[in-house]
Design a protein around this ligand. Sequence first.
Ligand code: ATR
Length: 283
Amino acid sequence: MNLTGNAKLAGVMGWPVAHSLSPRLHNHWLEKHRIDGAFIPLAVTADHFPHTLRVLSQVGFRGVNVTVPHKQAALAAVDEADDRARRIGAANTVIFRPDGSLFGTNTDGTGFLAHLHASIPGLDLTSGSAAVIGAGGAARAICVALADAGMAEIRICNRTLARAESLALELGPEVLVINWADRAGLLDEVDILINTTTQGMVGQPELDLDLATLPDQAIVYDIVYNPLETPLMNKAQARGNPVVGGLGMLLHQAVPGFSAWFGVEPEVTEELAAFVSQGLVER
Ligand code: ATR
């Protein structure tokens, strides 16, 4: 990296941020496209988040990605947000405009969809039903994307019922809530099962879900990407279901931000996935 005084700057704000793969990802694209620019990890506490966001926009940054725990604060801090970010209730991408204003969007759900379509060519989501496990921020983004894609039915099942109910209320009539205790019945006739919880992640127990009633053709998508293959994915694969892991969602959600900040639409490739996943080993 050899930066000039005109270098284009962006970064990722989080607390902690050391685990983030976004610097590895964006800087790989910057090198590939020989762009005079850098993407910086920015460790910022909640107290300092709104002020720091504004200051970054005043010192030449073009924008930032926002990760845990600041995505909701980012939506509150921007001057304008798109409809998608408002419906999700969080922004993961902020663009600093030339007039000094801050624009927020959320690319988590669209990143999920882009990865799903890239993984399963010809997939038609304009009907059918999805079962979503979890009701946190990732579930919100994915449910909004599924509803926008035209999915006829979305079933949400979360350990804490109240969170699933409030998400369902906001999303509309195509969303059903299933009690955690009744989750065995969640999978009847679904076209896609999505784990949005932290279960199955390194250091966490596997998701406690019996797949016996899952249709053979149903896709199983696990947003967990560390490990790259989770116990849920292994279990689904063993019974013949198509499975997709979450690393691609991380890669695809980064594309709109990179395009806005650095002026080039980057590609998500197998080679990129291998390079970024190597960061899991090194961190
Ligand atoms: P994110 O914003 O990344 O989705 P989150 O808001 O912390 O993260 O949500 C994590 C999800 O994992 C939640 O749906 C959570 O369930 P609760 O709402 O009941 O907390 C789910 N989760 C975490 N630990 C779990 C466990 N041991 N069993 C089942 N679900 C769990």
